[in-house]
Design a protein around this ligand. Structure first.
Ligand code: HEM
Length: 356
C-alpha cells in the first residue's frame, strides 16, 4: 500500500518503492512499454525493442540477443583495455585527468563504434549524435535520427554485399534473413538504440564510480590490495548513483492497483533510482558499501526488458577500474568547489571532475 503517487498536473503516476517498481515492470500486460500508439518513421527509437510489448518484444529480443551474445561482449575486453589505456595516456600527458570528457564520455562511444564495426573516422559523428540524442533540443533530436537512419542504411547495405566480423553484420544476418526477421528500419532502430542506451548511461556509471571512490579513500585503498572488490564496487555504484533514474510505462487497460484506479493511457514513472535507496530492502541505504550483499538493485531494469547491454557496461566499468587502480595510488581531486550534477531528472551523473 502507498506505493503509487498521482500527479494531478500531468495526470501520471509515480512509483518510488522497490517492491512497487518491481511489480510494475513485471506486469507488462497492464503496463506497456509502447509509449506512442503509431510511431513515425522519423523516430526509429519509438519502434525499437525498448518500446515493444510481447509477443513482438520476444521475437526481437531473441534475434538481437543472438547477435549481442556473451561471447561477442567478452571478446571485446582486450580492445576495451587498450582504449582505456590510450585515453589515460593522453590525459596524463596533459597533467591530471578530467574524468568525464577525457575518459568516461569517449570510452563507451569508441567501444560501441568498434563493436558495431563503423570506421574510426566516424567516431566524432557518433559522439555528436549520441549527445544530440540525450540533449534537450528536440529538433536536433529528430534531425540526428534522420542522419543516423541514412548513415546506417548505407552501413547495412554494405554488410549485405560484403559481410564483416562485426555487430551490424550479425544483426543483418540474424535479423533480416527470413520472413520472421526484422525490417531494415527495425535494425536501424536497434543500431540507434545501442548508441542512446549505451553511451550516456555507461559514461555516468564510470564517472560516478570514480566520484564515489574519491569520496571514500578507504574503499579505494582496499581495492588496491583486493581486486576481488571490483564487482561489488560496480554494483554498489549502480545502486547508489543509478545512471537511469526513472523508466516509463503506459497503463494499457484500467486497473485497480495499490488502492488506486489507474486509467488506460496514463503514464507511470517507475523511479528505479529511488527504489535503489529503499530502506525496506537496503540496510543503511545512504551508505556507499561495496561489500553490500545481496545487492538487488534495479539499475538495469527488471523483467523482459532487462538491459541487454548490462554485461558490456559492467565489463567497461571493470576494465576502467582495473586500469585506474593500476595507475593511481590514490584519487585526489584537483578542482575544488562542489561537483556539478547533470541537468537531468532522468539521468544521474556529473558534469566534470579533475583528478590526479
Ligand atoms: C534496457 C539501463 C547500458 C542496451 C535498459 C533498461 C535500463 C537500462 C534501466 C530497461 C528499460 C525499460 O525497461 O524500459 C542501463 C544502464 C546502463 C546501460 C544503467 C549502463 C550503466 C547499456 C549498454 C547497452 C544497452 C552499454 C548496449 C550497448 C540496452 C537495450 C535495452 C536496454 C538494447 C532494451 C532491452 C529491451 O527492451 O528488451 N537499460 N543500460 N544498455 N539497454 Fe541498457
Amino acid at each position: 500500500e502507498g506505493a503509487a503517487v498521482f500527479n494531478l498536473a500531468s495526470g501520471s503516476w509515480s512509483i518510488y518503492t522497490h517492491d512497487g517498481v518491481k511489480k510494475i515492470l513485471a506486469d507488462y500486460a497492464y503496463f506497456s512499454s509502447q509509449m506512442q500508439a503509431n510511431p513515425t518513421e522519423n523516430e526509429p527509437i519509438e519502434s525499437s525493442i525498448l518500446r515493444q510489448d510481447p509477443p513482438k518484444h520476444k521475437q526481437m529480443r531473441s534475434l538481437i540477443a543472438k547477435a549481442f551474445s556473451a561471447k561477442v561482449v567478452e571478446a571485446m575486453e582486450p580492445q576495451i583495455r587498450k582504449i582505456a589505456e590510450e585515453l589515460l595516456d593522453r590525459a596524463a600527458s596533459s597533467g591530471g585527468l578530467e574524468v568525464v570528457s577525457e575518459l568516461a564520455s569517449p570510452l563507451p562511444v569508441i567501444v560501441i563504434a568498434e563493436l558495431l564495426g563503423v570506421p574510426s573516422e566516424d567516431r566524432e559523428l557518433f559522439k555528436g549524435w549520441s549527445d544530440d540524442l540525450v540533449g534537450n533540443d528536440y529538433s536536433r533530436y529528430l534531425q540526428c535520427q534522420k542522419e543516423m537512419t541514412a548513415y546506417f542504411r548505407i552501413q547495412i547495405e554494405e554488410r549485405r554485399k560484403q559481410p564483416k566480423n562485426d555487430l551490424i553484420t550479425a544483426l543483418v544476418q540474424s535479423c533480416m534473413t527470413d520472413d520472421n526477421g526484422l525490417s531494415e528500419l527495425e535494425v536501424i532502430g536497434m543500431c540507434i538504440l545501442l548508441l542512446v542506451a549505451g553511451n550516456e548511461t555507461t559514461t555516468n556509471l564510470i564517472s560516478s564510480m570514480i566520484l564515489c571512490l574519491e569520496s571514500s579513500p578507504e574503499t579505494y585503498k582496499d581495492l588496491r590490495t583486493d581486486r576481488a572488490l571490483i564487482p561489488g564496487t560496480i554494483e554498489e555504484t549502480l545502486r547508489f548513483c543509478s545512471p537511469v533514474q526513472v523508466i516509463e510505462r503506459r497503463v494499457k487497460a484500467d486497473i485497480f492497483w495499490d488502492g488506486h484506479w489507474m486509467q488506460a493511457g496514463q503514464r507511470v514513472y517507475t523511479y528505479i533510482g529511488a527504489a535503489n535507496h529503499d530502506e525496506k530492502v537496503f540496510v543503511d541505504p545512504e551508505r556507499f558499501n561495496v561489500k553490500r550483499s545481496p545487492n538487488p538493485h534495479l539499475a538495469f531494469g527488471q523483467g523482459i526488458h532487462f538491459c541487454l547491454g548490462a554485461m558490456l557496461a559492467r565489463l567497461e566499468a571493470k576494465v576502467v577500474l582495473n586500469v585506474i587502480v593500476d595507475r593511481l595510488e590514490s584519487l585526489q581531486r584537483l578542482d575544488d568547489g562542489p561537483i556539478e550534477r547533470l541537468d537531468s531528472d532522468m539521468m544521474f551523473g556529473i558534469k566534470q571532475m579533475r583528478i590526479k
